[in-house]
Design a protein around this ligand. Structure first.
Ligand SMILES: O=C(O)CCC(=O)C(=O)O
Length: 280
């Protein structure tokens, strides 16, 4: 059975990048502190309790998301502690470094609580890059993290990862059991992986334990993200956030002139960030 390297909580973004280049994924122990975890879990609890079931509007999408899985987005509004988590130097540094050659800036792809309930089946193997099936680039289009919000075992649906699959030539190759790691993560520990690494949410074969995790994904600044942060985090709420959070949510002009590219996301032919510095 392969294993993923485990880095200590004081590791740097460079450490995360280095192991990812080799293995496609790495676990950072205790990335989220006990105090932050307690606060975040308390904030999401009422939203999870009020969850109305999986209903994206597409049966195919619902199947992928999981009928026994509760998901929450719009976390910067629902659970303000998320802002601290998504702006952490390690996740942003990892994302910037992995995508440096294809995008001068990065934005949030998704901030998603993924709470897998008993009886849920495993997801199909996938690469996050495949969300943009016709985009091809000499670097991953995004990075992702799965942070354990409770102690996670493989029976609860620990994320399945195929280490090294970011280097496989055959895009259709499916990992064997011997090539698969089921991530067992104590609460706070986090899987960091690249958008070209094969992975899947695991099956929850328990009868009474929910696998509660947080996925924070960051993509190239020129892509349309999976999560629509403009509708999930209205502009009045975004105005109160720190600058790095505003940039991650996409409220900044994308400027690729340094690499011969163009500008994306104008607001009234200017940088949307100016909205936040204007008097009401
Ligand atoms: O929940 C997980 O462990 C992985 C989820 C995932 O890959 C997805 O929903 O695309």
């Amino acid at each position: 059975m392969p294993e993923l390297t485990r880095l200590p909580s004081d590791c740097t973004a460079d450490d995360i990048v280095e192991v990812n280049e080799r293995d496609g994924g790495v676990i950072v122990e205790g990335w989220i502190s006990a105090a932050v975890l307690e606060r975040f879990n308390a904030e999401i609890e009422p939203w999870l309790a009020a969850h109305a079931g999986t209903n994206s509007g597409s049966a195919e999408s619902d199947e992928f998301l999981g009928y026994r899985t509760r998901r929450l987005q719009g976390l910067s509004v629902k659970a303000p502690t998320f802002v601290e988590i998504m702006t952490d130097d390690r996740i942003v540094g990892f994302a910037r470094s992995v995508m440096a050659s294809i995008s001068p800036t990065v934005i949030l792809n998704n901030g998603e609580v993924i709470d897998i309930g008993p009886g849920e089946t495993s997801q199909p193997w996938h690469r996050d890059n495949d969300a943009w099936i016709h985009a091809s680039a000499p670097a991953p289009l995004m990075i992702n993290t799965i942070a354990a919000l409770v102690d996670i075992t493989s029976e609860m649906g620990g994320t399945l990862v195929a280490p090294g699959s970011h280097r496989w030539d055959d895009p259709m190759r499916v990992p064997t059991d011997a090539e698969t790691v089921a991530c067992e993560l104590p609460a706070g520990s986090t899987l960091f992986f690249r958008g070209d690494t094969l992975h899947a949410g695991g099956a929850n074969t328990t009868t009474d334990r929910r696998r509660r995790a947080l996925s924070t994904g960051i993509c190239a600044g020129w892509l349309r993200p999976v999560e629509n942060s403009y509708t999930n985090v209205p502009i009045a709420a975004a105005a109160k956030l720190p600058r790095r959070a505003q940039e991650l949510l996409g409220y900044a002009l994308y400027d690729a002139s340094s690499i011969g590219g163009g500008y994306l996301g104008y607001h009234d032919m200017g940088d949307p960030m100016k909205l936040f510095s204007q008097e009401p």
